[in-house]
Design a protein around this ligand. Structure first.
Ligand code: PLP
Length: 450
C-alpha cells in the first residue's frame, strides 16, 4: 500500500475532467481516488487506509475482494462470459435456484435485472398486470431507485426533482416512533395507528384501484426504522383483504444485512413479490431481480410477460451470485451478522447514545444501524434541518471529517450516520470503528444546545 501520488493525481484529474457523478453538483464534489480495497478496508494513493462503515453503498456484504468470489468470476469469464437471456445457462439456473431456496413463502421464480431500480420497475409492472389495477402505494421515508417508477415511489427528497405527480403512486406514512407521524407514545400505538392510517388511505383511494403496496421491509437510506412486530403482518392482512399485491423491497435489507437472509423472516411475513440486488453478488458484478409468487407466476404462465432486458441474468453476474451465496452459507456470514449486531454493535451504540448528548436514538439490527443525531435530546431537533445542504449541513460535514481523520469512512444522510459495515466484519474491526465513532461524536456534541 505504498503511496503513488502521481497515479492518484492522474486518476483524480481524469475523473474531474470526464466523470459525471450521481446526485451531485459536479463542481462542488471532491471524490477520493481509491487505490485498492480488501475485506472491510480500502486505501487511497497517499497511503491513507480507511475502515469502511458503509459497505460501499451498503452492498459489499462479504467485504471487498473475497478470493472465492473473485475466482468464480474469473472462471466464468474464462468459460462463458456472456449469453443471451432466452437460453438456459448453468450460472443463471443455479443462481435462480439458490435464491429461490432462500426467499420466503412461495417466491420460487426469479426475474433477473441489472440492479435494484429495475427490479422495482418490474415488480410494479407485474403487480399492475396481475391485478389489472393502476395505483401503487409507497411510504414516505423510503427509497426505491432512480428510474421513472422507482423515483416516483421514493418517499424522500431524492424524488422531488423528478416527481411527475401522475405516476400512479399514492404515498402513506409507515411507523417510525421516534418521529411519529401519528403522535404515538408507544410502539403498540404507533403500529395500530399506522395500520389504521393505511386502511383509511386505501378506503379513500378506492381499493379496486390499488395494484400493490411496496415497502422496504426495513427502510434503509431513509433511516433504518425497524417496524414494530405487528406492522408487516397487519399490512399483509390488509393486502389479502383487498386483493392488493404486497411487494417487499429487500434491495438493501436482503442477503444477510439484518442477520437473516431476508428481513421478512424477522416478521414471519411472505410478500407476493420481493426485489433484491446489492448483496446478492456483494456488488462484485451488478445484479438485481424480482422473486415471484406462484399466483403471480401463474398470470404469466400462458400469456407473455411484457418486459425484458438485454442482460437479464447475465452469466458473469449470476456466477458472482452463486459464489457469493455459497460463501455466505459456508462461512456462516448471516449468523455472524446477527451475532455481531446483537453482541457487539448494538450494545456499543447504546453506550455511545448514553454518553453523547448529540445521539438522540440508535436503532437497527444485524449490521444495519442508524444513529439519529440531534441538537437536543429532549426536543429531538435534528442536528441539521431536513434535507439541509451547504452551510446548514456543516455539523454533519464536521462529524464526517472527524470520522475520516480517525480512519473511519462513515455513512452520512441528513442528520443520521448509519453503521452498515460488511456482514463479515470481525469483533476487533467493529470495536476499532466504534472507537473512532466515539471520538467523532464529540465533534457532533459541540453543536448541541441545552
Ligand atoms: N431499493 C432500495 C431499498 C435501495 O436501497 C436501492 C438502492 O440503494 C434501490 C432500490 C435501487 O437500487 P439500484 O441503485 O441498484 O438501482
Amino acid at each position: 500500500e505504498a503511496a503513488d501520488l502521481a497515479k492518484g493525481a492522474a486518476v483524480k484529474a481524469a475523473d474531474r475532467a470526464h466523470v459525471f457523478h450521481s446526485w451531485s453538483a459536479q463542481e462542488l464534489i471532491d471524490p477520493l481516488a481509491v487505490a485498492g480495497a480488501e475485506g472491510v478496508h480500502f486505501w487511497d494513493y497517499e497511503g491513507n487506509r480507511y475502515l469502511d462503515f458503509t459497505s460501499a453503498l451498503v452492498y459489499t456484504n462479504i467485504g471487498y475482494q473475497h478470493p472465492k468470489v473473485v475466482a468464480a468470476i474469473q472462471e466464468q469469464a474464462a468459460t462463458m462470459t456472456t449469453f443471451a437471456p432466452a437460453f438456459a445457462v448453468e450460472a443463471r439456473s443455479e443462481a435462480a435456484r439458490l435464491i429461490a431456496e432462500r426467499t420466503p413463502g412461495d417466491l420460487d421464480k426469479i426475474f433477473f435485472t441489472n440492479a435494484g431500480a429495475e427490479a422495482v420497475e418490474h415488480a410494479a409492472r407485474m403487480a399492475r398486470i396481475h391485478t389489472g389495477r393502476p395505483k401503487i402505494m409507497s411510504a414516505y421515508r423510503s427509497y426505491h431507485g432512480a428510474t421513472a417508477t422507482g423515483i416516483n415511489l421514493t418517499g424522500d427528497p431524492r424524488r422531488w426533482a423528478s416527481d411527475t405527480g401522475n405516476a400512479g403512486v399514492v404515498r402513506f406514512w409507515a411507523p417510525f416512533l421516534y418521529r411519529s407521524p401519528f403522535h404515538a407514545e408507544t410502539e403498540e400505538q404507533e403500529c395500530a395507528r399506522a395500520l389504521q392510517h393505511l386502511e383509511d388511505t386505501i378506503a379513500f383511494e378506492g381499493p379496486q384501484s390499488i395494484a400493490a403496496i411496496v415497502l422496504e421491509t426495513v427502510p434503509g437510506t431513509a433511516g433504518i426504522m425497524v417496524p414494530p412486530p405487528g406492522y408487516l403482518p397487519g399490512v399483509r392482512e390488509i393486502c389479502d383483504r383487498y386483493g392488493i399485491v404486497l411487494i417487499f423491497d429487500e434491495v438493501m435489507a436482503g442477503f444477510g444485512r439484518t442477520g437473516k437472509w431476508f428481513a421478512a423472516e424477522h416478521f414471519d411475513v411472505a410478500p407476493d413479490l420481493m426485489t433484491f440486488a446489492k448483496g446478492v453478488t456483494s456488488g462484485y458484478v451488478p445484479l438485481g431481480g424480482v422473486a415471484i409468487s406462484g399466483a403471480i407466476a401463474e398470470t404469466f404462465a400462458r400469456k407473455p410477460y411484457p418486459g425484458g432486458l438485454t442482460y437479464s441474468g447475465h452469466p458473469l453476474a449470476c456466477a458472482a451470485a452463486v459464489a457469493t451465496i455459497n460463501v455466505m452459507e459456508e462461512e456462516g456470514v448471516v449468523e455472524h451478522a446477527a451475532r455481531i449486531g446483537s453482541d457487539v454493535i448494538g450494545p456499543a451504540l447504546a453506550d455511545l447514545a448514553e454518553r453523547h448528548p448529540s445521539v438522540g436514538e440508535v436503532r437497527g439490527l444485524g449490521v444495519f444501524w442508524a444513529l439519529e443525531l440531534v441538537r437536543n435530546k429532549a426536543t429531538r431537533e435534528p442536528l441539521v434541518p431536513y434535507n439541509a445542504s451547504g452551510a446548514d449541513a456543516a455539523p454533519m460535514g464536521a462529524f464526517a471529517a472527524a470520522c475520516k481523520k480517525e480512519g473511519l469512512w462513515p455513512f452520512v444522510n441528513m442528520n443520521r450516520t448509519h453503521v452498515v459495515p460488511a456482514c463479515t466484519i470481525t469483533e476487533a474491526e467493529a470495536k476499532e470503528g466504534l472507537a473512532a465513532l466515539d471520538v467523532a461524536l464529540s465533534v457532533a456534541d459541540e453543536y448541541v444546545t441545552e
